[in-house]
Design a protein. Structure first.
Length: 276
């Protein structure tokens, strides 16, 4: 029977012999980290260690947020920028989801489909969006189509690859057990393989929406007159660092809220993840 002293053998101190690595909530640590970052930001700007041109104070950033939120800024109000950007990202993301996930599932089921789609996906996946942005402008013009298409391409690859990887998540024993119970090929896919692939697909969705928000600024470089990315780019041209930081914080918070939502969906749809 292990005793308390057994946990201090070989020079290694363990908090608990039976504790699972990474167990426990990290909310308090995250809140403390954010508070410390804001405190450091306040102190650095308060003491004048960095010029306001390079790092404005939290109060200056908050002032710009308030002016944009109430519509008194010398620009469109924040809600117009927010709605324009969220629509572009949402349309592109769901179009990518509706096309990439079926293709990824087909790639995992068929070597022929995998041979067709794998080379182009793996070719363009590591390319930065700005590399093929000029081609998209030449081919599709400067209206909303190239903006949505650029975000769509950023979301497509991680979704397709996650779905393809997820199709291999089902253990051979599970598949053989389903066949031994009289399941057909389509039933095995529907009731065994697809549920096993769901965790990978949901992780792919979280990664894809992150890429979508990352590409938003590049997408709104294309003759956009409204949008969070356009607001940031326009402010950078006039060295308005306070507006730039405010826009970055808004984009980051929106993306983080969506990530939290996806985690909640993941816990609802695949409660067995990490437990079996």
């Amino acid at each position: 029977m292990p005793t308390e002293t057994d946990s201090k053998t070989d020079g290694i101190t363990r908090t608990s012999r039976f504790k699972v690595p990474g167990e426990g909530s990290s909310v308090a640590i995250s809140i403390a980290t954010i508070a410390l970052l804001f405190l450091a930001w306040y102190l650095v700007t308060r003491l004048g260690l960095i010029k306001p041109l390079f790092l404005p104070s939290p109060h200056a950033v908050w002032q710009q947020f308030y002016e944009y939120l109430t519509g008194i800024a010398n620009d469109k109000p924040l809600w117009q920028h927010f709605i324009a950007s969220i629509l572009r990202v949402a349309v592109a993301f769901w179009l990518a989801f509706l096309t990439a996930v079926p293709i990824g599932i087909a790639m995992g089921m068929s070597r022929t489909v995998r041979g067709i789609f794998d080379p182009p996906i793996e070719f363009y996946r590591p390319l930065p969006p700005l590399a093929y942005l000029p081609l998209i402008i030449i081919w599709f013009g400067i209206d909303e189509t190239p903006k949505v298409l650029l975000i769509y391409l950023a979301c497509f690859a991680p979704l397709a690859l996650a779905a393809r990887s997820g199709m291999k998540s089902a253990a051979p024993e599970q598949i053989n057990a389903a066949y031994s119970m009289g399941a057909s090929y389509s039933q095995v896919i529907r009731f065994v393989i697809l549920p096993a692939a769901m965790p990978e697909i949901l992780v792919g969705m979280r990664i894809a929406i992150g890429f979508g928000w990352t590409t938003l600024v590049a997408a709104e470089m294309v003759a956009a007159n409204v949008g969070l990315g356009q607001m940031v780019l326009n402010a950078s041209n006039f060295l308005r660092t306070d507006i730039v930081i405010m826009g970055i914080i808004v984009i980051g918070v929106v993306a983080y809220v969506f990530d939290i939502f996806m985690r909640w969906v993941e816990r609802r749809l695949v409660p067995w993840k990490g437990k079996i």
